[in-house]
Ligand binder design. Structure first.
Ligand code: ADP
Length: 503
């Protein structure tokens, strides 16, 4: 519980950290976007106002310039006062005023090529020398130059205006051949335009800000929810791990209990088996009644069966508790098959089942726990015999090389197992009801042990079956368990291999 709370607080801290970081990013993104937008709008405004000024100048130079060009050319010969009061200056002023009426043009100045202000709508400026002005110099060189400024007061055509944003452009006046004849300076009032742009920028900023804010809040909710889900998942995992640990501990205790109990049972059972065998074989003299002899025999065979069960239980519990240690040696796998077939020969004959073996001569040696490999083969083979009706056969084949490993395959022509039952019979104590269940006493541990031993060797255990047709079990040892070159030394019983027909 304390751990969960800790994780919950970690998650809250993480969400808070994310909120701060994402908030910063959103604010920075918003400011950058606003600045970029502002810059782009200003550049656009600047360019369009400048284009406007250039167009006005062109129209002026087309309409008015030819009329006044001569006067303006000789203007430098007059004093400032003469220029201001000159009749032509008045006419020029009237002409410009009529051309600019209704436009946002607030001032017009004309320079001759020496930088002298030969005309200005603000008459006070006529006669000034602006030869050092950067804008003038640029225009005289044929390039338009503009500047956006804010003026607290400004003398416009007819009155003094206050608080204006003005774009002034120096524009060359050119002849048809492209020669610069003079410079025109035009002041365009962009105050209203800028105000409109500012309002539209504010609205756009508000919309963008609101959208970013909604996105930000949604993001925080998503992160917070994911964190909460992660914490819940973590809590479930911790719970599952605890349950698994408990189950593992219970299973370990069960295996330990079974191992101890089986061990304890074996000691008295050995005594029972020993004494009943002495009685059965009448080692120390004849038993008085044949009935007692029969009982002694029954005690012995039941005892043997019990010992078999105890040994199986012990094997399973050892494997489950991970206490099985393989005693590995190198041996001929063919020998194991031959020995198993011999051991079960009597049982096969009794059941009228034919045992067939296919063992190649050039087998490599197998590095494995010989006793346990034999137990695997015996378990599988004895099942084949048990569940095959009279007249059928059980074939054991040893192959190697196909997938690099060595395979022992046992195929019977018996009753088979339905697909649905296969997982169950591979579990400890798993058995299927069949006409043979009553005939043979089984524990349901044979296949479990064979499979577990195979897996302990890194071998695969595969069971395929079809009801009414038979069963095939393949145990495949990996290639690294094969030892080549020592076969002849391990072998020497080729003749023994040919165990075909009823063993
Ligand atoms: P046991 O034979 O001691 O009952 P096993 O684990 O060896 O235990 O087998 C479990 C069950 O699987 C058997 O009871 C039987 O129902 C089924 N079985 C095993 N091998 C075969 C086989 N070759 N053919 C048909 N059924 C089989």
């Amino acid at each position: 519980m304390a751990e969960t709370e800790r994780h919950l607080s970690i998650s809250t801290t993480l969400t808070a950290r994310f909120a701060v970081l994402a908030g910063l990013i959103v604010v920075v993104a918003f400011i950058s976007l606003a600045l970029l937008h502002r810059h782009m709008t200003k550049t656009d405004l600047y360019a369009s106002a400048e284009r406007n000024n250039v167009a006005l100048t062109r129209s002026f130079s087309n309409v008015t310039w030819p009329r006044f060009a001569g006067f303006l050319e000789s203007a430098h010969e007059l004093s400032a006062a003469e220029l201001r009061n000159h009749q032509t200056t008045q006419e020029l002023r009237q002409s410009i005023l009529s051309q600019m009426r209704g436009l946002s043009v607030v001032k017009v100045k004309i320079y001759d090529l020496s930088g002298l202000v030969v005309f200005s709508t603000d008459t006070n400026q006529i006669g000034e020398d602006k030869s050092g002005n950067v804008g003038f110099i640029s225009a005289r060189g044929g390039r338009v130059a503009s500047e956006l400024t804010h003026r607290d007061t400004f003398s416009a055509f007819e009155q003094v205006v206050a608080n204006r944003d003005v774009l002034s452009s120096y524009i060359p006046i050119e002849t048809a051949s492209g020669r610069v004849e003079g410079v025109f300076e035009i002041y365009y009032d962009v105050t209203e335009l800028l105000d409109r742009i500012r309002t539209s920028q504010l609205v756009q900023a508000l919309i963008a800000g609101a959208t970013l804010l909604v996105l930000y809040i949604l993001l925080i909710i998503v992160v917070w929810r994911s964190e909460r889900q992660a914490v819940r998942q973590h809590r479930r995992n911790v719970e599952l791990a605890r349950t698994a640990a408990k189950a593992e501990e219970a299973s370990r205790l069960k295996s330990e209990f079974l191992a101890t109990m089986s061990h304890e049972l074996r000691t008295p059972l050995n005594a029972i088996l020993g004494f009943s065998e002495s009685l059965k074989n009448q080692l120390f003299g004849p038993v008085g009644s044949p009935k007692y002899l029969e009982y002694a025999s029954d005690i012995w065979s039941s005892g043997r069966h019990l010992l078999h069960i105890i040994n199986d239980v012990l094997d399973v519990s050892r494997v489950e508790s991970g206490h099985t240690v393989l005693e590995e040696t190198e041996f001929d796998p063919g020998d194991i098959v031959v020995a198993s077939v011999r051991l079960l020969g009597k049982q096969a004959r009794k059941s009228q089942v034919t045992l067939v073996t296919n063992i190649p001569d050039d087998l490599p040696a197998l590095r494995a726990d010989k006793r346990r490999v034999k137990q695997m083969v015996l378990n599988v083979l004895s099942n084949g015999i048990k569940f095959t009706p009279p007249g059928g056969n059980v074939t054991t084949t040893v192959t190697f090389g196909a997938g690099g490993g060595l395979t022992i395959t046992v195929i019977d022509t018996g009753i088979g197992i339905s697909k649905a039952d296969i997982p169950m019979i591979l579990m400890p104590f798993g058995r299927v009801e069949s006409p043979y269940s009553g005939k043979y006493r089984g524990t349901g541990l044979g296949l479990t042990i064979a499979k577990a031993f195979a897996e302990l060797h890194g071998a695969s255990f595969q069971l395929d079956s079809e009801p009414g047709k038979g069963t095939r079990i393949r145990i495949e040892f990996p290639a690294d368990r094969l030892v080549f070159g020592t076969v002849e030394a391990l072998r020497g019983r080729e003749a023994d291999r040919q165990v075909t027909g009823s063993a």
